[in-house]
Design a protein around this ligand. Structure first.
Ligand SMILES: [Zn+2]
Length: 111
């Protein structure tokens, strides 16, 4: 997110109709009938928290090799109506994934 994102005209925001999760993935159905299964490890590597992304450069500081291949989702809570807070089996639990962010991830990963 940069300064340009703030001055672009607002886009229609997509909201989830339903979602569910297992230790391996989160499955989300969106209001435009699109659905996507987010793999636990892919979500961990895309963690938006300050510990994983450099605040100033926006560069990802997470070491991909240090994230186990069998990483699981250890906990999930809804953070208000706008986000999911995820805890992973590597004890990392500071990531708040907004629905907007999850939607962007889906669009990036399915491009
Ligand atoms: Zn993080």
């Amino acid at each position: 997110m940069g300064i340009l994102d703030d001055i672009k005209p607002p886009q229609k925001k997509h909201r989830p109709i339903s979602w569910s999760h297992t230790p391996e993935l989160i499955h989300v159905e969106w209001d435009d009938k699109k659905a996507y299964a987010y793999a636990a490890r892919a979500l961990r590597l895309a963690c938006p928290c300050a510990g994983c992304v450099d605040e100033w450069s926006g560069k990802r500081t997470i070491n991909e090799a240090a994230v186990p291949a069998d990483l699981r989702i250890a906990g999930l809570t809804e953070s208000g109506r706008y986000a999911l807070a995820l805890a992973f089996s590597d004890q990392h639990a500071t990531g708040i994934y907004s629905w907007d962010y999850l939607r962007t991830l889906m669009e990036t990963w399915t491009r």
